[in-house]
Design a protein around this ligand. Structure first.
Ligand SMILES: [Zn+2]
Ligand SMILES: [Zn+2]
Length: 493
């Protein structure tokens, strides 16, 4: 009798001391973290959607894109991570789902000075230790950017409200030990929640706890997840080793400075660690280049430094302009190979990017190039039966691009399936929602920053189509003024 009782008690203790993290359901995982769209209630994820989601997750994790739930993929799904989705925003209009990738965005009103309050503390550390860790975490961002932070004495007026909470805590459900460690809200919502069932004191220790706080504060400040593995904004991580000297990555620094400027004003003299990307030129572009290279052969928005932000690339002959989606040229024109190593040095007639797959497609005469943006390598080169002069992803149809065939003619276009990489349909403009087009442009762009607009380029100018009405809006505008920032006017439409 006595023996039975003691076995029962030790079993209970064992359960509480070494809780086994639940194995995640891969279907739920893909939906929760933005790798697959939620299917209508009552149906499951179909095989294709599942495989595509797995591939996208594998790309983010930098492991082979098999599309299958192999051991390494399953291990990655079960690793510790942030509760925020890696892609998508969840509540977007279905039609725009392909363009729903969230972009980094700062607090409104140019806010740079933040206050914080520890709303609900953990029993694992003293309250003083927790407040000191929040302060240290904030300092990682404040040291390299234009923000400042101080503790508030009042919960209600504080911008950032930190809580250690477990299971259901008002806005969502934490999953117990392992899996999701924390989550936070994007501007202007400053809620930051840490899962209090994690072993912050014993396993994560101060370093792991601060790393998590820095990551979540990154969300509060407007940063999304990064696909750069060493970045603090990468969605998952292991347990930091003893004595680990945690530092921000160049990717983190570049992105926070993009939102809030450097520590000494808009253009910092030198960040603590040089960013991995070239910084914005302070002066104007060479005016001769502005004119000579404003006839775009093709234009596309694509992430080249991690999925979290996308720049626009305008191809001109063998050169490329890298443009900020809001603010014009980021630097003087450069070669294709600088951003897309492995691509041939050719004039690219059209370009489009499927965010679902992470593949950039380019055409040069009748050759189609498929390029893996994450791995920076050419996947396939094949012949099409016609020359495409402009192309863009169909705003209403997933994994479908519209290829416009001839210059000067208005009769037909093709539908291209980005998964099979085949031309699947030949359509007449006159019988489609594109019937208002009376000539074929030489380049076309739908930017994630302006998802309701299609920009059609021809010569040194462009026109804008409102995708809510499928009609032109505004008149013809100059590429060099609006896209290259060769003059002050940046108003796009
Ligand atoms: Zn996160
Ligand atoms: Zn929460």
């Amino acid at each position: 009798m006595k023996l039975t009782v003691s076995i029962a008690i030790s079993a209970v203790i064992l359960v509480f001391c070494e809780p086994k993290p639940n194995k995640v359901d891969p279907y739920g995982f893909l939906i929760q973290f933005g790798y697959a769209e939620k299917p209508p209630t009552g149906t499951g994820l179909d095989k294709n959607t599942f495989e595509r989601g797995v591939k996208k997750f594998q790309a983010m994790m930098h492991i082979p894109q098999t599309g299958k739930l192999d051991a390494v993929t399953s291990r990655k799904m079960n690793s510790k991570r942030c509760g925020m989705a890696d892609f998508g925003e969840g509540n977007v209009d279905k039609r725009r789902i392909a363009f729903a990738t969230r972009q980094d965005s700062p607090w409104s009103g140019g806010k740079k000075h933040f206050t914080w309050f520890l709303e609900q503390s953990s029993g694992q550390f003293s309250s003083g230790a927790q407040r000191s860790m929040i302060d240290k975490a904030f300092r990682y961002w404040a040291d390299v950017s234009g923000i400042t932070a101080r503790e508030s004495s009042d919960l209600n007026s504080a911008d950032i409200k930190v809580r250690f909470a477990s299971r259901f805590h008002g806005d969502a459900n934490f999953d117990g030990p392992g899996g999701v460690l924390a989550h936070a809200f994007y501007p202007d919502d400053g809620r930051l929640h840490m899962d209090d069932e994690e072993s912050w004191r014993d396993v994560e220790k101060e370093t792991g706890t601060i790393m998590t706080l820095v990551h979540e504060l990154g969300h509060n400040l407007g940063l999304t997840h990064s696909s750069v593995e060493g970045a603090v904004m990468y969605p998952s991580r292991g347990t930091p080793p003893e004595g680990f000297n945690f530092q921000l990555d160049g990717d983190d620094i570049y992105r926070i400075q993009r939102l809030y400027g450097g520590p000494n004003g808009p253009n910092p003299p030198k960040p603590t660690k040089p960013p991995v990307v070239p910084t914005q030129p302070s002066g104007r572009l060479n005016p001769k280049d502005c004119d000579r290279y404003s006839r775009f052969d093709s234009i596309v928005q694509v992430p080249v430094y991690g999925e979290s932000y996308e720049d626009i690339f305008a191809f001109v002959g063998r050169y490329v302009w890298r443009l900020d989606s809001y603010d014009g040229a980021l630097e003087q024109r450069s070669t294709l190979q600088r951003y897309f190593p492995g691509l041939p040095s050719k004039k690219m007639f059209s370009a489009f990017y499927d965010r679902d797959l992470g593949y950039l497609f380019l055409t040069s005469l009748k050759t189609l190039f498929t390029y893996d943006v994450y791995r920076k390598r050419l996947i396939e080169k094949k012949k099409l039966s016609f020359t495409t002069y402009a192309a863009f992803m169909d705003p209403e149809k997933r994994n479908t691009a519209i290829l416009m065939k001839t210059r000067g003619s208005s009769s037909i276009y093709f539908e291209f399936n980005t998964i099979t990489r085949r031309v699947e349909g030949r359509r007449k403009y006159s019988r489609s929602r594109w019937s208002f087009m009376n000539r074929t442009p030489t380049a076309a762009l739908i930017s994630a920053s302006f998802p309701d607009h299609l920009f059609l380029f021809s010569g040194k100018s462009y026109r804008t189509v409102d995708l809510r009405t499928y009609n032109f809006v505004g008149g013809t505008r100059s590429n060099s003024r609006a896209w290259l920032r060769c003059s002050k006017a940046i108003d796009r439409y």
